[in-house]
Design a binder for this molecule. Sequence first.
Ligand SMILES: [Zn+2]
Length: 459
Amino acid sequence: MAHRSLNVVKAHWRFFSTLKPSAREVNSNSKMELKSVINALTRMTPEEMHKKMRDMVGLTDDDMKALAPLLDENDPGIFEHEPSPDDDVRTHVQVGDSQCLLTGYLKRRLEHIPGFPRPVKETGSAYRISSTLHRGIGMFAARRLKTGDLVADERPLMVFPMGPSTDLNVITPITKMTDEKRNNLLNCYSQEMMGSIFERMSEENQETFMGLYNGRLQNGPLLGVTRTNGYGLEDALKDETEIANLLSMMSSNNQVLKSMIGRYVAVFKDLSRVNHSCSPNVHRKFHMATFSMQLRAARDIEEGEEIFTYYTQILLPAVDRAEGLAPYGIECTCRACLDTAKSDPIRAAVLNYAPPALLTSDARIDAAVQILAKIEEEELQASAPYRDTLYHLFTAYALTRDEKSALMYGEKLWLANLAAGEPLCEMFRNAELLKKSPQWMSAELVAMPERLVSLWNSS
Ligand SMILES: [Zn+2]
């Protein structure tokens, strides 16, 4: 946690190097001195910079605590991994009612989390599962939900590895096979794996599982259901053993295999019912500490509205999204897919937008504001550029000491972070803390170069 906030501080203080004092305000002597101060600051480690900043502007311990991200209740804590012979050996693990096939490494990782598994959250009938007009069964908002509200928090029916065993004797021959042969072999492995997990599930969960939609009957009953309904858990739950890292490096020329090694998939009773939209209205995030996946509203959702997640990358052009959705047997009919001439250029602009390092000029702020408008119009609040753009606008206005605008975007950013399950920083929405934020203070000091130099020399 401390480490993370230090990086935040460092990122902000880099703005020193991007803020040029105006010649009018500084005589050439102090300009030279100011330049050396700025150079020294940008060369510092986060720890050094942190200490220097505190000394210069006289922040107290309480100030620093208030500026740091709030303690994240889902933080699994630090794990010092000591290699063990069974690190890469798979074993059946039960968490609550979830049946899982995990490596020895992951089993120990989970057991190391204080209070594991932490209780899942009650969402008090925020959603209902019922039939849709054209998409089979779906999830619907049972009441009005505001941005950031928790929609669902659910443990999986099962969790299983995406790829074959991380064993060199298994992987090495696979990397040399033709695509077809490899796929057949991987299917056999997966069938076997699924069978062993399925037989451990309660009768009720087996029934629930078999009741999920199977859009891939050619894969058989078990594998078909998991391929249709599984969510990849990505970095939230993965093997980080030496062999997994090594294998991942070795298969760098085989993207399919690389994307599987050390990775896991989870199937859920309710969450697996959530349909796809290219403008999803929720974020989903798996938390190791609760061993559950949370859905949070990415924007305000009306009562009765269908809840949508994404099964493919939503910023890509419609033709690429269709390709990503084909394996699920989905032909998307969302607004964006029905009017690609309008939607594709907007998505391309959002995808290709890169905020400049120095964002304080009016033209650049305008560009960021326009991208934000496109994101909101196209309902892409669940995509990463939404939070990035808000962060840059907050920073730009804090650096120009425009309190009202900084807090306006900061409040949206705070909510977007809540929705995405990211750490929360109160300085984004609190006027008093905003003025102690690194952005605000660096702007203040650079606007008064003499003060900056004297503070530097005296601290
Ligand atoms: Zn679509």
